[in-house]
Design a protein around this ligand. Structure first.
Ligand SMILES: Nc1ncnc2c1ncn2[C@@H]1O[C@H](COP(=O)(O)OP(=O)(O)O)[C@@H](O)[C@H]1O
Ligand SMILES: [Mg+2]
Length: 408
């Protein structure tokens, strides 16, 4: 049995037990022999104990999603399986088949629990320590897997935004040319209509004059809408950050945020908004970044608060700055209407707006998202509850990438 003792000692569960304790455990175990090709345990069958291979080889196999049996491991002398089944009564997660004649030690759950009841407290404690470590290792692995999955998902989300932004910018570029042509043509109409020749003709002809006035009005309408379309196209282009001509420079972050908020002052007064800045960052702290982009981000956020959070009578806007390690955090918080849960996931998608009737284009947050993730290499998170308000939290490194990824 000393061979078996050595094998048992290798099992993490029993690692710290002394020889006496292990021997007493072996005393309650059985020795079993399996002929070649016989099944030792079967997948999904009730599991009730630990097996240790003392001699011979066995194969571990499992059914995959398609129902095919796949070999996942080969067991050799000294290998063991089913140690967790000593404690819980689950089912076998795989089938183990002897590939040669196999000698095994089989420790039944009942026998083990009986042994545990009589074991001295030190052995019990050691067992629990080993078990705890095993649980902790598994938890850590699961946690790490989850973190990896989340990182992948946010990477995919950034990619999706990038692709969409690229498309929008492309469309904007294409629309620009026909827009230019329409502009020239409508200018021509306006010029010709207001020219002396036509005005002379209509001077004495009231009916024709009215028609010409209609044309003038229509041409004016076209002009104004071309301007509007032009502004939209400019916005569409901004969505793609390679349109940003900003260059990286060291700036005092607190001052930059102050100045940006200042630009909003007229709107704030008009809409009864009370903006306050709480900074935990030193006034002289430097951000190696893109000031014009930062101003744009802040303006877009504040404009949204004005437009969506406080539609009736204004309210407070808290702007917070903090730092930790290598990054800054900028939070813009309002205590207004909030965002409905079903909209929350979409607010950063281009063209998503609940304010189409108020002139919303749904581009503001998409631009903010792209600037933060691409230009600042940062992250953005929105927390919101209907009736309580919205917080946009932007975290970005103290040094932005010198050349951000361009979208071309
Ligand atoms: N502070 C806020 N409070 C409530 N809703 C907001 C806020 N900020 C953004 N939203 C919602 O997100 C949507 C998208 O915003 P945005 O991309 O800036 O587009 P737009 O301003 O053109 O509607 C808005 O239509 C609004 O529904
Ligand atoms: Mg907006």
């Amino acid at each position: 049995m000393s061979d078996s003792l050595a094998v048992l000692q290798k099992i993490s569960f029993f690692q710290h037990m002394n020889d006496d304790a292990l021997q007493s455990l072996l005393d309650v175990a059985e020795q079993v022999t399996h002929t070649s090709r016989s099944v030792i345990v079967e997948e999904d069958s009730p599991a009730n104990g630990l097996f240790v291979l003392i001699n011979g080889n066995a194969q571990v196999s499992k059914h995959d999603d398609a129902g095919n049996e796949v070999e996942i491991a080969i067991l050799r002398k000294g290998d063991f399986f089913g140690e967790m089944a000593l404690l819980d009564a689950g089912t076998r997660s795989a089938t183990v088949t002897a590939t040669t004649k196999c000698d095994l030690i089989k420790l039944n759950q009942d026998a083990f629990l009986q042994w545990l009841a009589n074991a001295d407290s030190r052995a019990t404690l050691q067992l629990f320590a080993a078990l705890t470590k095993r649980v902790r290792d598994t938890t850590e692995r699961v946690l790490q897997d989850e973190l990896n999955k989340q990182a992948l998902e946010s990477e995919m989300q950034i990619e999706r935004h990038r692709a969409l932004a690229q498309m929008v910018a492309g469309v904007a570029h294409e629309i620009n040319t026909p827009l230019g042509i329409i502009n020239t043509a409508s200018n021509l109409i306006t010029n010709r209509i207001s020219g002396g020749e036509i005005q002379a003709i209509v001077a004495n002809d009231r009916r024709t004059r009215r028609k010409v006035e209609d044309i003038e009005e229509a041409a004016d309408l076209i002009q104004r809408n071309i301007e509007r379309a032009h502004r939209l196209v400019q916005n569409f282009k901004k969505i793609s950050v390679n349109q940003v001509t900003d260059t990286r420079e060291p700036v005092k972050l607190v001052e930059l945020v102050d100045d940006s908020v200042d630009l909003f002052r007229i709107n704030a007064r008009k809409s009864n908004l009370n903006t306050s800045i709480h900074s935990e960052v030193n006034d002289n702290a430097v951000w190696e970044g893109y000031p014009a982009s930062m101003t744009q981000v802040i303006m877009n956020l504040l404009t949204n608060v004005e437009r969506y959070a406080y539609t009736v009578m204004g309210g407070d806007i808290h702007i917070k700055l903090s730092e930790s390690g290598e990054s800054f955090t900028l939070t813009v918080q309002d205590f207004g209407a909030g965002i409905a849960p079903e909209n929350l996931a979409q607010v950063m998608s281009p063209f998503f707006t609940t304010g189409r009737s108020k002139g919303g284009t749904g581009l503001g947050m998409a631009i903010v998202y792209n600037i933060v993730t691409d230009v600042f290499a940062g992250t953005i998170e929105i927390q919101s509850a209907v009736g309580e308000g919205t917080s946009v939290v932007i975290n970005f490194p103290k040094q932005a990438p010198e050349k951000h990824k361009s979208i071309t």
